[in-house]
Design a protein around this ligand. Structure first.
Ligand SMILES: [Ca+2]
Length: 541
C-alpha cells in the first residue's frame, strides 16, 4: 500500500483556535483538543448507589481460554512503561480476557512515539495491530490512510444493537467527525459533550437579589451588577463581573447564545464559517459592549491563560464562562480554603453552574482519540467481530469499574452505600490497572455507575452537563473539514486571522470595516477554497 502523504500528526484543533493576534501570546487551555492521559473520572453520570447494577452480558456461549479469539491492540501508554504492571498486573489482564472472552495482546506505545509507530504500521499493513489507537482528532494522515483502505469501514457494524449493545449507542453527531468519504473509520473515545457553560458567584447574586441568568440580557445585568454594585459588600470598587484572560474560547461559547454556530453553521442549505453568519457580528457587538462598559478586565488580552480561574478564586470576578468542571473547581476552592459567603459568614462562598443561555451552549467535539480496525489484519468477518465485541464489552459496568478502579478488595472496597473507597496506599497499588482505561471507548457512558461518593458540587456539575447535551451546538462541518485539503494545510493559519480580528474588534483596535476586511483577507487567502471544498462534499451526500 502506498501512502502518499505521511504528514505529521498535527494536533490541529478543529474548532476553537486560540487567539494570537497583535495583543497576546496564545496558549492552549484544558478545553482545547489535546491527547489526554489523565482521564478524569469525575466528569458525568448521575449518581447511583447500586453496586450490583451490572450489565448482563449478551454472550450466551462460554469459551474456554484457549478458544478465545486473539485481538491485538496498540494502546497508548501514559505511565512510562508501567501501564498494567506490578504483582497483580497479569491477574487484572486475565480478568479482562475472561470477561471479554478475548485473547488480548496489548502493544503499549508511549504517547510521544505514537505518531511514529502509527506511521510505521500504516506503511507496512501486515504489521498493523487489529486495533490501533490514535490521539486527538482525525488528521490529514488518518484521512489519507483511510482513503488508501487502511481501516475497516465500521458503518455497517455499529448499528447492530444485538451484537454491540454499547457501541451502537454512539452519538451520531460525534460519529460524523470520524467519517471519511461517508465511511466511519473509527470508534471514538467519548468525552462529555455538554461540558461548557456559565458559572457564577451564587452568594454575590443572592446579595444583589439577582436570579439565575437565562438570557443574554440577564447575563449583561449580572456582569454589570457584579462590577458596579459592590457584590462583596466591602465598600470598595474592586470587582469586575466577568473573568477573562487571553484564552478566547469564552467568546466561542458566548456566540452560541446568539445563534452563532460552533465554528461553522448551516445557513440556507450551505455550510458557512460562523463569521459569515449575521448573528456573529451581533455577538461580537455584545461582547464589545461588555468590554467597553468595563465588565471584563481591560487588560484581558495580555492576561496569561494559566491565570484562568484565579480571578474568581480571589474574588475579583464573579462570572466564569468555560467548562463547568472549572466552575465547580472554583467552588471546591472556596470550600477547601473556607472562603466565607458574602451573605452569611458562617457559610462558604459558592458557585452556581448554568448550562445554557438563551437555550444554547457550545458542544465539545465529544471525543478525544479513537480506535481504528486495521483492514489488513481484521481481514475476516470473525476478526472484525472479535475486535468490535472486545471494544463493546469494555464499556460494560464490570470493565469500567475494573479499568478505572482496579480489583475490589485489593485496590478498593465498597462502603455500606455501594460507593467506591480506595484502599489506603492506593497510589502505590494502582500499577495493576493503571492505563487500562486506554482500552475503553466510554460509549455510551463516560463513567461507571459505581463511583466514589460525590460532593454536592460534583453532583450538580454532572446534572448540568447531562442536561446540556441536548442543547449543545455541534460543528456541522467537522466531517467535511477533515476531508478538505486546504483546511488541512492552511486552516489553522486562516482561523487565526479570524480570531485575531475578533480580539482587535472587541478591544477597539479595528472598526467594523477593519473586521470585514480581515474576513475578506482570510477568504482570499484560502478560506473561500475551504468553504467550496466543504460544501462540495456536503451537497454530494
Ligand atoms: Ca467591592
Amino acid at each position: 500500500m502506498k501512502l502518499q502523504k505521511l504528514k505529521r500528526f498535527a494536533a490541529a484543533s478543529l474548532c476553537a483556535v486560540m487567539v494570537v493576534g497583535s495583543m497576546s501570546a496564545c496558549s492552549s487551555s484544558e478545553t482545547s483538543t489535546t491527547t489526554d492521559g489523565a482521564q478524569t473520572q469525575t466528569e458525568t453520570a448521575t449518581q447511583t448507589t447500586s453496586s450490583t447494577d451490572t450489565a448482563e452480558s449478551t454472550e450466551t456461549k462460554t469459551l474456554s481460554p484457549d478458544e478465545y479469539p486473539e485481538v491485538t491492540f496498540m494502546a497508548i501508554d501514559f505511565n512510562a512503561g508501567l501501564s498494567n504492571s506490578g504483582d497483580k498486573g497479569e491477574e487484572t489482564l486475565q480478568m479482562i480476557k475472561d470477561y471479554t472472552q478475548t485473547n488480548l495482546q496489548i502493544q503499549w506505545v508511549q504517547n510521544d512515539v505514537l505518531e511514529e509507530k502509527a506511521t510505521l504500521a500504516l506503511a507496512d499493513p501486515k504489521t498493523m495491530p487489529m486495533i490501533m489507537t490514535f490521539g486527538g482528532s482525525v488528521t490529514g494522515t488518518v484521512v489519507s490512510a483511510a482513503r488508501q483502505g487502511a481501516f475497516v469501514d465500521l458503518t455497517p457494524y455499529l448499528s447492530d444493537s444485538t451484537k454491540y449493545p454499547n457501541l451502537s449507542q454512539q452519538n451520531a453527531d460525534v460519529a460524523k467527525s470520524l467519517t471519511v468519504d461517508g465511511k466511519q473509520i473509527g470508534v471514538y473515545r467519548a468525552r462529555v459533550i455538554g461540558r461548557y457553560g456559565l458559572s457564577y458567584r451564587a452568594d454575590w447574586a443572592e446579595k444583589l437579589g439577582l436570579g439565575v441568568p437565562e438570557t443574554v440580557d440577564d447575563v449583561y445585568n449580572m456582569l454589570y451588577a457584579f462590577t458596579y454594585e459592590d457584590p462583596d459588600g466591602n465598600g470598595v470598587d474592586d470587582t469586575i463581573g466577568m473573568e477573562m484572560t487571553s484564552y478566547t474560547g469564552v467568546f466561542d461559547i458566548i456566540q452560541t447564545w446568539f445563534g452563532v454556530g460552533n465554528g461553522w453553521a448551516e445557513v440556507d442549505g450551505n455550510l458557512v464559517p460562523v463569521f459569515e453568519q449575521e448573528e456573529y457580528l451581533e455577538a461580537l457587538n455584545w461582547i464589545k459592549k461588555c468590554y467597553d462598559d468595563g465588565l471584563m478586565p481591560s487588560d484581558w488580552a495580555t492576561r496569561p491563560t494559566d491565570s484562568w480561574s484565579n480571578g474568581c478564586k480571589n474574588g475579583e470576578n464573579g462570572v466564569y464562562i468555560d467548562v463547568l468542571d472549572g466552575g465547580r473547581r472554583v467552588w471546591d476552592y472556596f470550600v477547601t480554603n473556607e472562603v466565607p459567603s458574602v451573605v452569611n459568614p458562617d457559610e462558604y462562598a459558592s458557585m452556581n453552574l448554568v448550562g445554557t443561555i438563551n437555550g444554547k451552549t457550545l458542544a465539545t467535539s465529544g471525543y478525544n482519540g479513537f480506535f481504528t480496525l486495521s483492514a489488513s489484519t481484521c481481514d475476516t468477518e470473525e476478526k472484525i467481530e472479535a475486535a468490535l465485541s472486545f471494544l463493546d464489552k469494555m464499556n460494560d459496568e464490570e470493565m469500567l469499574v475494573l479499568c478505572d478502579n482496579g480489583i475490589e478488595g485489593y485496590n478498593y472496597t465498597l462502603d455500606e452505600n455501594g460507593y467506591i473507597v480506595k484502599v489506603e496506599d492506593s497510589d502505590n497499588l494502582k500499577a495493576n490497572y493503571q492505563g487500562l482505561n486506554q482500552l475503553v471507548a466510554y460509549i455510551p457512558s463516560t463513567e461507571a455507575s459505581t463511583t466514589a461518593e460525590k460532593t454536592e458540587r460534583q453532583i450538580l456539575e454532572a446534572q448540568v452537563k447531562e442536561e446540556n447535551e441536548q442543547y449543545a451546538v455541534f460543528n456541522p462541518a467537522l466531517p467535511y473539514l477533515v476531508n478538505s485539503e486546504t483546511y488541512s494545510s492552511d486552516g489553522a493559519n486562516l482561523e487565526q486571522i479570524i480570531t485575531s480580528a475578533r480580539t482587535q474588534y472587541i478591544c477597539g483596535e479595528i472598526d467594523e470595516a477593519g473586521l470585514r476586511a480581515a474576513w475578506q483577507s482570510a477568504l482570499d487567502q484560502g478560506y473561500q477554497k475551504i468553504i467550496d471544498e466543504v460544501n462540495e462534499q456536503y451537497h454530494a451526500q
